[in-house]
Write a protein that binds this ligand. Structure first.
Ligand SMILES: Cc1cc2nc3c(=O)[nH]c(=O)nc-3n(C[C@H](O)[C@H](O)[C@H](O)COP(=O)(O)OP(=O)(O)OC[C@H]3O[C@@H](n4cnc5c(N)ncnc54)[C@H](O)[C@@H]3O)c2cc1C
Length: 299
């Protein structure tokens, strides 16, 4: 019954006015402007967490807008440094120009890498849908020859992922490993939850064996149990990985558990006026969506 109500709510949620959706979105988004987001990061740092900041938005079609977004990110690097915050930055390729032209994306990426380098900070390229995986990985591999301040993301649901990782020859590989959020076809991706988890662990085992640095990005408690066992089995040094979570997703005590074990935890902190698409994705992933939506409607 609950699952029927959940899928019904998923169907109607995109039909609701934005003002209503915003009632549920707040929890997943650190406000609309950079001051609020930096405040959230400061508070997370005070609780022992690192952060990565993301300005919400994607699929920018206009060259000036892509450059405007890039310039907001450049300022953000300055502000993180001025406020002495423990945070790096995550960007989406189509937010900084990939839908305009590959060259636009590359030149904006170059500016951001130079800025990250100048502050001894770090830039991560989020992974979007499979239509841009090749371009994203090409850019990442090319830029990685010039800097250590750059990472990307790999998605465990794609068949290609382990080969992609093996194909990048660089001793400074630093990637976030997540399950993957976009709807991909069965020709190129694993569709079932168990299969994705199995592949996640296979990729993680390889990662630990070859000593790549990894951001373990999952809220899946069963998977986390297995990851803890793998870390123990392989005796992985704590400076070879960190755990990563999305701002606002409940973790039933696991964040504290990570910290107690001496593991680094990084919270992904998204903000900005373009909160809608991101929030809808998060709401749809919430297994208690019905209860959550109803509670917030009556709050
Ligand atoms: C730091 C970080 C960065 C990411 N970056 C990318 C990226 O660049 N590209 C990409 O494709 N994907 C990215 N993702 C999203 C990721 O691919 C998954 O879609 C998402 O994390 C859910 O997968 P899961 O591993 O948490 O497992 P799931 O099986 O989806 O969830 C496990 C459990 O977590 C809890 N949970 C998960 N989501 C919610 C929610 N919204 N509200 C309440 N509870 C929830 C529930 O208890 C659920 O049962 C990122 C995720 C994280 C944590």
């Amino acid at each position: 019954m609950i699952s029927i109500i959940n899928s019904l709510i998923i169907k109607i949620i995109t039909l609701l006015p934005k003002s209503i959706v915003q009632l549920f979105a707040g929890k997943y988004v650190a406000g609309e402007n950079h001051k609020t987001a930096l405040g959230v990061v400061k508070s997370l740092n005070n609780q022992g967490f690192s952060a990565t900041i993301d300005i919400l938005g994607e699929h920018v079609k206009d060259v000036f807008e892509a450059e405007q977004v890039t310039s907001e990110y450049l300022n953000l690097f300055d502000e993180i440094s001025e406020s002495d915050l423990d945070s790096n930055i995550s960007i989406k390729p189509t937010h900084i120009g990939l839908d305009v032209a590959d060259s636009e994306f590359i030149s904006n990426l170059q500016l951001l890498i130079e800025k990250a380098d100048s502050h001894k900070n770090f830039l991560r390229i989020d992974m979007e849908s499979s239509s841009v995986t090749d371009t994203t990985l090409r850019a990442y591999t090319k830029m990685l020859k010039k800097t250590k301040a750059l990472g990307t993301v790999f998605q465990a649901y794609l068949f290609r992922t382990l080969d992609d990782i093996k194909n990048i020859q660089n001793e400074h590989l630093n990637y976030r490993l997540c399950k993957g959020i976009y709807r991909e076809s069965e020709d190129i991706s694993i569709q079932d939850r168990n299969g994705i988890n199995k592949n996640y662990l296979k990729i993680l085992r390889h990662t630990f064996m070859v000593n790549n640095y990894v951001g373990i990005a999952t809220h899946d408690i069963n998977l986390l149990e297995e990851i803890y066992s793998l870390i123990k089995e392989l005796n992985v040094p704590i400076d070879r990985f960190e755990f990563q979570v999305l701002y606002g997703v409940p973790m039933s005590g696991w964040l504290e558990k990570h910290l107690e074990n001496g593991y680094k935890v990084r919270v992904y902190v998204p903000f900005g006026p373009n909160w809608y698409d991101y929030s809808i994705r998060r709401i749809k992933e919430n297994p208690n969506i019905a209860g959550y939506v109803i509670k917030n409607l009556f709050r």
